[in-house]
Design a protein around this ligand. Structure first.
Ligand code: ZNH
Length: 146
């Protein structure tokens, strides 16, 4: 269900992503804009300010893991659900993460980080492809909850 244009928009933006830095930036925004999401990460240490968050080694390591999983989904665009099935079960069963947090939150922060990074290259068409990709990503991550 992807057009050739959508696929190339997603894969070409993804090739510019720095998983550790952009992952840390997306998580930093998540923790600041939606502070209650910090409660899942009580083992991460000091998350008291933007600079504490973005320099926190646990945040950087986790950002890299999260974007690694997104990258996996990008490489497997035609089977995102299958690709993320195990991860979805893990969030539902082991981590008990409220799936609302996937929906308009982390995925949305990622779009903002990509837009800031790409500037003019993040055209409305590229943004539309990412909005669609995020819906697929969020649906796949939420699937293990039912
Ligand atoms: Zn998550 C983990 C991905 C969202 C919470 N995650 C994780 C991991 C990954 C991910 C890959 C790792 C796993 C292993 O190692 O096994 N996530 C992801 C993605 C997304 C997400 C892709 C979207 C986009 N998460 C999320 C949210 C939240 C979370 C939103 C909340 C809020 N996670 C989480 C936790 C964990 C995880 C808590 C665990 C951490 C530690 O380390 O402990």
């Amino acid at each position: 269900h992807w057009t050739a244009e959508e696929k190339s928009a997603i894969t070409s933006t993804w090739s510019k992503v720095n998983q550790e830095q952009d992952g840390a930036d997306a998580l930093t925004r998540l923790f600041i804009v939606y502070p209650w999401t910090q409660r899942y990460f009580s083992s991460f240490g000091n998350l008291s300010s933007a600079s504490a968050i973005s320099s926190n080694a646990n945040v950087r390591g986790h950002g890299k893991k999260v974007l690694g999983a997104v990258g996996n989904a990008v490489q497997n665009m035609d089977n995102v659900k299958g690709t993320l099935a195990k991860l979805s079960r893990e969030h539902a069963v082991d981590l008990h993460v409220d799936p609302e947090n996937f929906k308009q939150r982390l995925a949305q922060m990622l779009v903002i980080v990509l837009a800031a990074k790409l500037g003019g290259a993040f055209t409305p068409q590229v943004q539309a492809a990412w909005e669609k990709f995020n819906n697929v990503l969020v649906a796949a991550l939420s699937h293990g909850y039912h």
